[in-house]
Ligand binder design. Structure first.
Ligand code: AP5
Length: 232
């Protein structure tokens, strides 16, 4: 299982990748998480990334390519790449790296959610500042208010780039730079189209099937599945 999770901000890439990672024991590699970790530690990478992340822009390709190049070899057999690639240049770099490692992608899981839902969804996200576990005020609240289920820390926080104006910028950046990758991976016959506007467990069921190669197809605007059905 060597997957890329593709989709707009807030589509549920991280939520679904974490569930699949836990279930199958496959390493989850999120460039967003790696950048936030680097920023929290104040490393040179973190200091360089900060201004881009805070305004919702893409961090320069060479910075994220280096993060992936550093970590992918260690997990080349099985990985879930979340948030990378994000433009054609990064996709070409990933093709090159996968070829070098003889580790071709097995599928690209594309989670689709309409823009208007995303702004609402992202604004309700809360994360644990200690372990990074992700919650949602309505769709996935913690069992005890303001307390992380995973590590028990108090004080679940909103990501600084989840403010409405930054989310709108991230969506614009996504449509300009990342959305064209859907066609690229469709042409490569790797795309698995998933309707992400359903409860987390329903989406997870389709993601699992797509990842295991049982279901899922190229899909797309003209071939969208009926609501609640696995994609044909
Ligand atoms: P990154 O962290 O990758 O952000 P993103 O792609 O914008 O994605 P998100 O983390 O916002 O959303 P998600 O799809 O993972 O949704 P989640 O599961 O959390 O990147 C952040 C920044 O880093 C970028 O803006 C950029 O600056 C930089 N960066 C990262 N990678 C880069 C790269 N390759 N190149 C250049 N720059 C890069 O879910 C969202 C919320 O919804 C949660 O609260 C969750 O509980 C809830 N939720 C999830 N699923 C459902 C559901 N089915 N129904 C209801 N609620 C749900």
């Amino acid at each position: 299982m060597r997957l890329v999770f593709l989709g707009p901000p807030g589509a549920g890439k991280g939520t679904q990748a974490k569930l699949l990672s836990k279930e199958h024991g496959v390493p989850h590699l999120s460039t967003g998480d790696l950048l936030r970790e680097a920023m929290a530690k104040g490393t040179p990478t973190g200091r360089r990334a900060k201004e881009f992340v805070e305004r919702g822009a893409l961090v320069p390709d060479e910075v994220v390519d280096a993060l992936v190049r550093e970590r992918l070899p260690g997990v080349r057999e099985r990985f879930l790449l979340d948030g990378y690639p994000r433009n054609g240049t990064q996709a070409t770099e990933l093709d090159r790296l996968a070829a070098e490692l003889r580790a071709p992608l097995t599928a690209v899981v594309y989670i689709h959610v309409d823009d208007e839902k995303l702004v609402e969804r992202v604004s309700g996200r809360r994360s644990c500042p200690k372990c990074g576990a992700v919650y949602h005020v309505e769709a996935k609240p913690p069992k005890k208010a303001d307390t992380c289920d995973a590590c028990g820390s108090k004080g679940l926080a909103q990501r600084p780039d989840d403010r409405a104006e930054v989310v709108r910028e991230r969506l614009a950046v996504y449509h300009k730079n990342t959305a064209p990758l859907v066609d690229r991976y469709k042409t490569a016959k790797l795309l698995r189209w998933i309707d992400g506007d359903r409860p987390i467990e329903e989406v997870a069921r389709d993601v699992r099937q797509a990842a295991e190669g049982q279901k899922g197809g190229p899909g797309g605007p003209k071939a969208r599945p009926a609501r609640g059905r696995a994609n044909a």
